[in-house]
Design a protein around this ligand. Structure first.
Ligand code: UDP
Length: 475
């Protein structure tokens, strides 16, 4: 069973290096049998801080099959929250160890990213070390937006039938790239490895082992590239520590004596599983929570978890809920959290997981509703956008909108229900807007949630589209 601990809103796997390699090995076997791509992330402080302001990255990390603690701050953070992560599991250590396992088992590896020539050099080095290693291919695309990446790279990786794709595009680009193309390339494992290939080829020097273990690697890197890195480190230091202190403090405040005995209770009615969690839920009953979720998932993907009687959730119990929700979504269902006590809601909101879960009140009404105030013209054609505009839904939605553009002059894309807008959705919106401009039609976006707005602003699409804050379609 996966053990997760949520630090800065990111669920981190509690694993040793050798467990990580075993798990990656099993991902390859599962992927070969089922065609599933397992997304793996190596999370450091910079990454975790970025995810606070990047909803797409946050969701990708919540839904990744594995997220290791690549930096000591993550390990320390988990420990301060009471969860003992045994060691740091850095991308730069995973890659050589995984190459050894791959050579042994006959798995092929594709090297994707880094500056020109670096990926090839890294592949050659590993091949020298492990002559049996199968190199599925090597490519270093020019630096630039993933939305504009040449499709030939994707086709080429697909054709290579690699078992493992190492993606070195820096974060969050590599995570978004895997989110966007992972399923299409069909490799069993895709790992975002940041600057690992630069380390392996000596392009950047790695700190001595004692510095890596004591969390001082950043000092070493800073001395090597002060110009490029000082701003990032200052930003990360403040971002990570200030946010972490808030999480730690909030959890400490709530961490009172247990008045209600921890209990899980499961009932199944009409294809929905009703799970009630009571009392103080923490690392001691993590397994019980996840097992009851898995029990429910054997029957159905729709789970309602009632938290009315829950007095405390620690960062591992929250990790357990993330795991159940992720599994439910894979089965085509979802988890909804009902009657969440205010203090727990505050923690989920702080960790920005209030957008990840569906949260409803005692009557089953969502607790986040956007006010709808502005009326639009009757002639405006309103198209409802899906809950998630991502690689799975973007294409169908695009076809629908393209058809509507043929017969309507003014189209409003209604994002009221959209919780998640991925890079694939953005690419599709850009394409649709181009077509609308060509046909001289009006295309607007409306009722975007804060997260969706943030994604739109990050890629500067707010200059491409007119955005209506709150609207109401005429009856
Ligand atoms: N990189 C890339 N394409 C890009 C941006 C970065 O191939 O558009 C590569 C870069 O050459 C380096 C790696 O991604 O090998 C990691 O970059 P960076 O040091 O910025 O990220 P971090 O290691 O901090 O995640």
């Amino acid at each position: 069973m996966r053990k997760l601990v949520v630090v800065l809103g990111v669920p981190i796997d509690n694993l040793t290096m050798s467990e990580t390699i075993d798990r990656l090995d099993s991902f390859v076997q599962i992927g070969r049998e089922t065609g599933k791509t397992h997304q793996v992330a190596t999370v450091n402080a910079d990454f975790a801080v970025k995810s606070l302001n990047d909803p797409e990255l946050r969701l990708l990390l919540c839904e990744a099959e594995m997220a290791t603690a690549d930096g000591m701050p993550l390990v320390w953070g988990a420990r301060l929250l009471g969860i003992d992560i045994p060691e740091r599991v850095a991308g730069a250590d995973i890659v050589p160890a995984l190459a050894g396992r791959a050579a042994e088992k006959g798995y092929s590896i594709y090297f994707f990213g880094a500056a020109d020539g670096i990926a090839q050099k890294a592949a050659d080095r590993l091949k020298e070390q492990y002559p049996n290693l199968k190199i599925a291919g090597v490519a270093s695309p020019p630096f630039g937006s993933i939305l504009e990446m040449d499709r030939r790279y994707i086709d080429e990786i697909k054709r290579s039938k690699a078992d493992i794709v190492l993606v070195a595009l820096g974060n969050p680009k590599q995570e978004k790239w895997i989110g966007m193309y992972g399923r299409e390339i069909g490799a069993p494992v895709a790992i975002g490895i940041g600057g690992t290939l630069d380390f392996m080829t000596g392009q950047t020097k790695r700190a001595p082992a004692w510095m890596q273990k004591t969390g001082l690697e950043w000092v070493y890197r800073l001395l090597q590239e002060p110009q490029r890195l000082w701003k990032r480190y200052v930003h990360d230091l403040f971002g990570f520590s200030s946010f972490f202190v808030r999480q730690w403090w909030m959890m400490r405040q709530q961490n009172g004596p247990a008045l209600i005995l921890p209990k899980t209770d499961l009932v199944l009615i009409d294809q929905t599983a009703y799970l009630t969690l009571s009392g103080r839920l923490d690392r001691n009953n993590y397994e019980e929570i996840v097992m009851s979720g898995m029990e429910a998932l054997k029957e159905t993907g729709q789970i309602e978890i009632n938290l009315k009687e829950t007095t405390f959730l620690d960062s591992s119990a929250i990790g357990g809920l993330v795991l159940i929700a992720k599994q439910a979504r894979e089965q085509g269902g979802d988890v909804c959290l009902k009657e969440v006590p205010d203090r727990i809601l505050q923690t989920l909101t702080l960790l920005k997981l209030d957008q990840f879960f569906d949260i409803v009140d005692e009557n089953g009404k969502p607790i986040h509703v956007s006010p709808q105030t502005v009326f639009v013209e009757p002639s405006t054609h309103v198209i409802r956008m899906p809950r998630r505009l991502d690689v799975n839904t973007a294409e169908n939605q695009q076809i629908k909108i393209m058809q509507a553009l043929q017969s309507h002059d003014d189209i409003l894309l209604d994002f009221t229900e959209t919780r998640f807008l991925a890079s694939a959705g953005l690419a599709s919106l850009a394409h649709i807007q181009k077509e609308a401009q060509r046909l001289n039609k009006k295309l607007r976006l409306a009722n975007c949630s804060t997260d969706v707005q943030r994604v739109i602003k990050m890629v500067r699409f707010d200059s491409l589209f007119e955005i209506v804050e709150h609207f109401k379609a005429p009856a």
